[in-house]
Design a protein around this ligand. Structure first.
Ligand SMILES: [Zn+2]
Length: 203
């Protein structure tokens, strides 16, 4: 199957979506359609993954279509690079994100890059002690690997306490709780993530 059968610059996401949603099994599709369905599946998997945080499909109604459109139209080599080398974070003030630890993508040769930790302006509302707890917490995410989000958080807590930041972590917990209690009641619905996010929110 030749990837050159598809002129990606002329493709639109809606074209991929209609082929992706066909009932026909792959075997009944031509090479061009199979290539397009494969691109659609890759895009949908990417959007569901931790490489894009928070999940755009549920939160970023405006960003989501633009993001899908670009991924649909990128040349194949550029698209492959995005899959293996780039993570995306979109700030959504309604979630009240404090910080996120973005895991390094695994390259084709299995080498890991470096994690990136982003602190949001919401975290400036914390006291100095709580902020110390938050920084330690986010760094600890780079040192543990749990089976899911809850397991990740448990391991992070243990790691942070073993480093001697237990007191600051308790301050952080108390201040996060206070922030949640002051938030408006109509919080966005959160969808279960397929893998473990490393994000601290006040929600
Ligand atoms: Zn965490």
């Amino acid at each position: 199957m030749s990837l050159s059968r598809v002129k990606w610059s002329r493709v639109r996401f809606r074209d991929l979506e209609s082929i992706g949603n066909y009932d026909s099994p792959d075997a009944q599709l031509g090479a061009r359609e199979r290539t397009m369905r494969s691109r659609w599946e890759d895009i949908m998997c990417f959007i569901e993954s931790d490489r894009l945080w928070p999940p755009v499909a549920t939160v970023h109604h405006k960003f989501d279509p633009a993001f899908r459109e670009v991924l649909a139209r990128l040349p194949q080599r550029a698209f492959d690079s995005v899959l293996f080398r780039i993570s995306f974070i979109v700030e959504d003030p309604s979630i009240g994100m404090l910080a996120v630890n973005v895991p390094a993508p695994v390259c084709a040769d299995s080498r890991h890059g470096i994690d990136t930790i982003v602190f949001y302006h919401t975290s400036w509302k914390l006291s100095q002690g709580a902020l110390v707890g938050l920084v330690a917490h986010e760094i600890a995410h780079s040192f543990v690997r749990g089976k899911d989000y809850r397991d990740d958080e448990r391991r992070v807590t243990a790691k942070v306490c073993s480093w001697g930041f237990g007191k600051e972590l308790a301050v952080l917990r108390a201040e996060k709780l206070a922030m949640v209690q002051h938030k408006r009641p109509n919080r966005p619905t959160k969808r279960k993530r397929p893998t473990s996010p490393k994000t601290e929110t006040v929600t």
